[in-house]
Write a protein that binds this ligand. Structure first.
Ligand code: SAM
Ligand code: DTB
Ligand code: SF4
Length: 332
């Protein structure tokens, strides 16, 4: 295999973007073979089912070009701003997700940043409630200050989702209201509070291979690596600036999953948004390449997800198991 990094048992934290790009551009079957080797060494054959709920939808002051929840695109998307959901209503949804087989419950709020007060206190109560049900709890609330990360940790939060979305050089083509460094700062606060990181990105936003490599290299140089790495394909929502982006070739998602697996052997690689457009066979290739989690349930945050019964049938037919345990923490 030319240009491919030799697989060792050692986990590396010094990936260069050039090395990652060489992997992304390797012959597909060589890449998947290498990724499956790493997968078998560090992971089992379980898939984690994570369910998502938008606990506060729309009206976000940030201008992320992909996002239907940005207030900047609200006139053209027609998406209304909603208030924060009641804690009891959220916990009822969490119980339904658990009963349907999910072991992780992820709650999203369309906030630029967390503000101290009643709404944040409600989110803390949601986290405590989900943990009390025996599920992992993840939230994504925008930027956090250190004391807020600590309050989430004290509530028992398992993971904080905060995506870097793309490589550092493409970031300002997608978002102008915050910087890459803002994202990295919040990730640092989360890490310092002892909460695991869920951090990944999106492909299909018009970025080049070098930008995808820049994203993965940034993640794979974090020490420790994020415990959870969501790989999203753009859901091109009508009324957003990226509405006319052509769909990606599913094999590009396979490549991203493989390279995430090779560079971050212990992470849960999550095949995330955009899965509804994939065939069962394309998803199987993503699992072969190292993806081992899916979002499960009828909705992502505001857009449709795959049918839950179809997902159960797919997992069964592939001979995979459904994980009931926590994601493994990385050794530094
Ligand atoms: N406001 C918070 C933030 O941005 O961190 C949390 C919610 S935000 C909707 C969570 C993530 O969803 C984003 O970082 C982005 O990666 C992903 N996302 C949003 N819209 C998407 C879309 N149309 N297609 C794919 N991924 C999307
Ligand atoms: C992530 O990386 N993808 C999820 C979760 N983390 C929060 C969100 C996907 C959102 C897709 C567009 C929508 O449904 O609004
Ligand atoms: Fe959407 Fe989050 Fe960006 Fe707000 S910060 S526009 S919710 S992705």
């Amino acid at each position: 295999m030319t240009n491919m990094t030799t697989q060792t048992a050692d986990i590396r934290y010094n990936w260069t973007a050039a090395e990652v790009q060489a992997l992304l551009e390797a012959p597909l079957l060589d890449l998947v073979y290498q990724a499956q080797g790493v997968h078998r060494q560090h992971q089992d054959n379980s898939i984690q089912l994570a369910s998502l709920l938008s606990v506060k939808t729309g009206g976000c002051p940030e201008d992320c070009a992909y996002c239907p929840q940005s207030a900047h695109h609200a006139k053209s998307t027609g998406l209304a701003k909603e208030t924060t959901m009641d804690v009891d209503a959220v916990l009822a949804k969490a119980q339904m997700a658990k009963d349907a087989g999910a072991s992780r419950f992820c709650m999203g709020a369309a906030w630029r940043e967390v503000r101290d007060g009643e709404e944040f206190n409600s989110v803390l109560a949601m986290v405590r409630g989900v943990r009390a049900m025996g599920m992992e709890a993840c939230v994504t609330l925008g930027m956090l200050k250190p004391h807020q990360a600590q309050q989430l940790a004290d509530a028992g939060l398992t993971a904080y989702n905060h995506n870097l979305d793309t490589g550092p050089d493409y970031y300002n083509k997608i978002i102008s209201t915050r910087t890459y460094q803002d994202r990295l700062d919040t990730l640092q606060h989360v890490r310092e509070a002892g909460v695991t990181l869920c951090c990944g990105g999106i492909i299909g936003m018009g970025e080049g291979i070098a930008d995808r490599a820049g994203l993965i290299a940034t993640l794979a140089c974090m020490t420790p690596h994020p415990e959870s790495v969501p790989i999203n394909a753009l859901v091109a929502v009508k009324g957003t600036p990226l509405a006319e982006q052509p769909p990606i070739d599913p094999l590009e998602l396979v490549r991203m999953c493989a390279v995430a697996r090779i560079t971050m052997p212990k992470a849960r690689v999550r095949l995330s948004a955009g899965r509804a457009a994939l065939s069962r066979e394309a998803q199987a290739l993503c699992f072969m390449a190292g993806a081992n989690s899916i979002f499960y349930g009828e909705k992502l945050l505001t857009t449709a997800n795959n049918d839950a019964a179809d997902d159960q049938a797919m997992i069964k037919s592939l001979g995979l198991t459904i994980s009931e345990t926590s994601c493994s923490a990385n050794a530094a």
